[in-house]
Design a protein around this ligand. Structure first.
Ligand code: HEC
Ligand code: HEC
Length: 307
């Protein structure tokens, strides 16, 4: 009801609904009154030369169904929310139904996870059953962004390598999953200077990883990198506390080459990993974090091993 700010609306809806039900009954009543027709009990209409319309009463079963439908509608409106703000005698809400289903689901899976709560991430990563559960959780909750092989794509980090934006310990991974992460780089062009300055510092960034670059431009751009070092560190090695990526390796989250780096400097980037604490239980997050950690730390590797 929050869509309707004025109190009049719920009342209006209730009146229209009740009037509609009443109109159904009135219509039925009028239609079922038998009008006596002249002589041969026809309406007097004739089509195709000899087709005449008889004035027979409505069949009783049809009337009965009609009345039942109207009664059902009335009863439904008493029991369930349907009349404006009236909550219904059963006090049913979609929210409470959702919550009770979720609670039932959680109660069902909890015993499955009981065995895992005391295990370390390394043990979990090697445990075939935990691995299988982790894999399934990953496919259901994470694969749409990170890929079913967890190798990510542009903008979505690869979780199978040892390069981490926010840290790769099981605890840091669990935190990424539970609380989500935001990588935020502001547009930096103003701090760097002219378009040439931007291009120069971009070439300096490319030189850090030994990627193809213009070495003279890189030389000039070097001093401008101080604006970047606050987040990416003096050598561009990155800073997990800020989610600032390592710029001295050849792993690029947002694309490779001068053009991509220049765009990054000019436009900045806000990248969001959604929090999952509300959707997954603590035990599920623990199992999932161990699974992700295991992808780059020698966890059980194949689904076959998990069966
Ligand atoms: C809506 C897309 C989306 C979904 C769903 C999603 N992620 Fe992410 N995830 C991201 C993005 C984008 C980032 C990068 C955030 C950044 O740039 O700082 C990220 C970052 C991460 C990180 C940190 C990586 C690093 O290098 O530090 C981990 C770990 C992670 N996700 C695991 C998961 C797991 C496990 C799931 C499933 C429960 C999941 N993600 C679901 C989009 C998503
Ligand atoms: C306020 C902190 C901050 C500053 C200052 C900053 N960056 Fe960033 N930068 C980030 C963060 C955080 C990301 C990751 C964004 C994400 O999670 O998607 C990033 C990403 C990047 C990327 C993409 C890396 C990849 O793997 O694709 C490049 C390139 C980059 N920064 C270059 C620079 C340059 C050059 C400067 C200086 C002109 C700079 N940054 C200044 C925080 C910063």
């Amino acid at each position: 009801m929050s869509d309707f700010v004025a109190v009049g609306w719920p009342l209006f809806i209730a009146i229209v609904t009740i009037a509609g039900l009443a109109a159904c009954l009135v219509l039925l009543f009028i239609a079922s009154r038998r009008k006596v027709m002249a002589g041969d009990n026809t309406t007097g209409h004739v089509w195709d030369e000899d087709l005449r319309e008889l004035n027979n009463p409505l069949p009783l079963w049809w009337m009965g169904l009609f009345v039942l439908t109207v009664l059902f509608g009335a009863l439904y409106l008493v029991l369930y929310p349907g009349l404006g703000t009236h909550p219904g005698q059963l006090r049913w809400t979609s929210q409470s139904e959702y919550e009770s289903e979720m609670a039932r689901g959680r109660a069902q899976v909890e015993p499955l996870y009981a065995r895992f709560t005391t295990m370390s991430a390394a043990e979990l990563a090697r445990d075939p059953q935990a691995h299988a559960l982790g894999e399934r959780l990953f496919i259901n909750n994470c694969a749409q962004c990170h890929g079913s092989d967890a190798r990510g794509s542009k903008g979505f980090p690869n979780l199978t390598d040892t390069d981490w934006l926010h840290g790769g310990s099981p605890e840091q991974i669990a935190q990424s999953i539970a609380q989500g992460r935001q990588g935020m780089m502001p547009p930096m062009a103003a701090a760097v200077g002219s378009a040439d300055d931007v291009r120069n510092v971009a070439n300096y960034v490319l030189s850090l990883s030994g990627s193809p670059h213009d070495s003279i431009a890189a030389q000039i751009g070097r001093t401008k990198f101080t604006a970047c070092a606050a987040c990416h560190g003096p050598g561009g090695k990155g800073n997990p506390a800020l989610g600032a990526p390592n710029l001295s390796d050849r792993i690029w989250l947002h694309g490779w080459g001068e053009e991509a780096v220049v765009r990054m400097i000019n436009e900045g980037k806000t990248n969001l990993m959604p929090a999952h604490a509300g959707r997954l239980s603590d035990a599920q997050i623990q199992v999932l974090a161990a699974y992700v950690w295991g992808l780059s730390n020698g966890g059980a590797t194949t689904t076959a091993a998990a069966k």
